[in-house]
Design a protein around this ligand. Sequence first.
Ligand code: IPE
Ligand code: IPE
Ligand code: MG
Length: 237
Amino acid sequence: MKLHTIPAHIAVIMDGNGRWAENQGKKRTEGHREGANAIDRLLDVALEYKIPNISLYAFSTENWKRPITEIQAIFGLLVEFIETRLDTIHAKGIRIHHSGARNKLSKTVLKKIDHAMAVTKKNKKLTANFCLNYGGHEEILSNFSRVMAARKAKKETLDKPISPKEFEKYLYTSPLPPVDLLIRTAGEQRISNFLLWQSAYAEMYFTSTLWPDFGRTSLEEALLFFDSRKRKFGGLL
Ligand code: IPE
Ligand code: IPE
Ligand code: MG
């Protein structure tokens, strides 16, 4: 497939795991398991198209409202995902990054993520940013404290205005570029507190495909959509 522009950063709201499972008379957890396989496919196609950054919304700050059994299943699958895929991910030149608050995440989960980040930190082909215990509001609010802490450490004045450049340096996603293309699966057309700052000028692509069914053609359709957009960033063409 021939494309003129490739997004530098794609963000994916991987929605519809539960509905996928319910449609097949399976437990919601089975949907999350299939969702993990869809991540493998996405990363492979992303490598092929030389997409440098992908953010994956895996667990939001609002998802703690779900039953504890489902929460445990999701984190169990995440730990399993890292254990079973880390070697292949590393061999493919993928760097793992985490975005989200560390509080509330268990020691086991943090240990796995930190290990995966350390192992893959020099990889350059693709950054897979796992957004876990991530919320756009929490990120923006806590970022003020990170900016101020950094200023204090450098003995700088605390009351000069914050520039976007200074602010962005401390976001969880730093040093990833802004989101060019935001994809949401499963028919819902809302942002659900995902990458609010970073998606300010993102092109939005919605599909009714449920996340576990998302594959090569689905990503290619999204890339074609992106390629057809005329981006103006507030200016004139
Ligand atoms: C998205 O699928 C995965 C997570 C939020 C962890 P859902 O679990 O939200 O699936 P639906 O929306 O109930 O179908
Ligand atoms: C968004 O999906 C969060 C993730 C995909 C991790 P939700 O299913 O939680 O979003 P809402 O509740 O439909 O807005
Ligand atoms: Mg959902």
